[in-house]
Design a protein around this ligand. Structure first.
Ligand SMILES: *Cc1c(COP(=O)(O)O)cnc(C)c1O
Length: 218
């Protein structure tokens, strides 16, 4: 199977409102471009440097989502390059995004990353702290919370991620009911190559896939 076939297979099996983010980390520009030409509309990047490398090949043929660990000193570049930041895990980083977005005269759509597995090594806010954090972020003029993202477990039995997806979906629904001003609980980004079917069953409307598109190529 070529990258093109993998993309088409995934797009064909996706229920309509679900958006595919093609995760380009460690891929060459021509590989990511092939995915975009095959119909992928969003590219996800973990690293600013890698995004800067492949961006000129793709530009606005796709939307750009930042999905990586966000460091304060990278925010300026991320805000300039990306259309959405999926991995906002603290009020502090949101404040930096707000400041840099204001300077560029834009409002940055963000997803709040939920550390659903409560793993110390993972970024993101614990589920029980999310509502307060989102209320704080909602006061920022140049940041707009558009939903939640969670990673779950990347390896091992995909079924072991289900409980995290379920919990994040419940949180998503609760936050939506709060109707926080300046917050639009629209997107729920969860599920990767090994777990996206389960994530969709549990309510994801954005999935992020790398390996299943790029490694399964002959
Ligand atoms: C790498 C990565 C993915 C994609 O993982 P695959 O297993 O390659 O599909 C999705 N989301 C995040 C945050 C990642 O870092």
């Amino acid at each position: 199977m070529a990258i093109r076939d993998n993309i088409q297979q995934i797009l064909n099996e996706l229920p309509q409102p679900i958006q595919l983010v093609v995760v380009g980390k460690s891929r060459r520009p021509d590989e990511v471009l092939e995915a975009v030409k095959a119909g992928a509309k969003i590219v996800g990047e973990n690293f600013v440097q890698h995004a800067e490398w492949i961006y000129p090949f793709i530009k606005n043929k796709a939307k750009w989502h930042f999905i990586g660990r966000l460091q304060r000193n990278k925010v300026k570049k991320v805000v300039a390059l990306f259309d959405m930041i999926e991995s906002v895990g603290s009020t502090k980083i949101a404040e930096e995004i707000d400041k840099r977005s204001f300077q560029l005269g834009k409002v940055m759509p963000v997803l709040v990353e939920i550390n659903s597995g409560r793993e110390k090594t993972k970024t993101g806010v614990f589920p029980e702290d999310a509502a307060l954090m989102i209320q704080q972020i909602a006061t920022l003029q140049n940041v707009k919370v558009m939903g939640l993202m969670t990673i779950g477990t990347r390896f091992g039995d995909p079924e072991s991620s289900r409980v995290y997806f379920t919990e994040t979906k419940e949180l998503f629904d609760q936050l939506k009911e709060l109707s926080i001003p300046n917050v639009d609980m629209k997107y729920l980004s969860m599920g990767m190559s090994n777990s996206y079917q389960i994530a969709i069953e549990e309510g994801a409307n954005i999935i992020r896939i790398g390996t299943r598109i790029f490694d399964n190529v002959t």
